[in-house]
Design a protein around this ligand. Sequence first.
Ligand SMILES: [Zn+2]
Ligand SMILES: [Zn+2]
Length: 375
Amino acid sequence: MSKRDYYDVLGVGKDASKEEIKKKYRKLARQYHPDVSDEADAADKFKEVKEAYEVLSDQQKRAQYDQFGHAGAQGQGFGGFGGGAEDFGGFGDIFDMFFGGGGRRRDPNAPRKGADLQYTMNLSFEDAIFGKDTDIQIPKEEECETCDGSGAKPGTSPETCPHCQGSGQLNQEQNTPFGRVVNRRVCHHCQGSGQIVKDKCNSCGGSGRVTKRKKIHVNIPAGIDDGMQIRIAGQGEAGVNGGPAGDLFVVVRVQPHEFYDREGDHIFCEMPVTFAQAALGDELEVPTVHGKVKLKVPAGTQTGKTFRLKGKGAPNVRGHAHGDQHVKIRVVTPQKLTDRQKELIREFSEISGNESIDEQHGNFFQKMKRAFKGE
Ligand SMILES: [Zn+2]
Ligand SMILES: [Zn+2]
């Protein structure tokens, strides 16, 4: 099944405002929420709507999507990873939507999304062009398995904080000359969590979270370029109170190459040729990342002349066609000559004079003489 365009999914234009996107999302999410809708494919539609909203409501993710489409912004897509966490995220959102909203009083027990992580990956020039399947190891905080994230020793459970009755906040009353002022502060008995752990879990020391090195599979799309990033949904840090996990952003750094330069999908290189090859023409063997290619250099080729090898550049990361390789010719003047070589060049010079320069530059010597007179 091919992925639908996120803007189409939400039924908004490419230039839709944040407000417009939010409004459409709310409407569609209500319509397709699996608890509400009777439609057979409601769950899939709901997931699709939620995914589109997640990307388009986030300025950074939306910019990435606009630039690279599904391949660049999404990278690994949503399907491959723990559907459970994703669905849970959905409920979190819906919960927010029906019962929350802006300017709310924060409930310490409400689900919260985990932090996003960033990982910098160094890639060789060739791997960036052809893509790569690889595993990376990242340290990240996960929910403690021993206590299921509660922080309490197995068999016990955290108790509601008696000081704030679980709200995580304390009201502090103060009498001032202007009357009574009530301040709301974070409860220092439970650090705002609303819960107190009496018997702490040994594995996590009561925090409910442990740091683990986790192996994550990353699929680098062919044609990726320096500075681009791949988002792997749900592979950031674990959420809090059953909230969805954050995302992992893999930022790509591409190593420079000793022979090739790259600009976008195009590859550039320089080929030195001798004066004789340039004057008489020759067939060169030019390296490309796709293998050797024969290039016919016609007789009379000037230094700086560029030839295009079509389709021998990098593939476009969104999958539209290929860049080209541009080969710039550089005519090399010999530096070490034998007596015999010098003699032949002198002889060549005598019989040809300045005719080749005049030919190229339209009576060059006439123009030069006029310039001397003007001095
Ligand atoms: Zn408390
Ligand atoms: Zn624990």
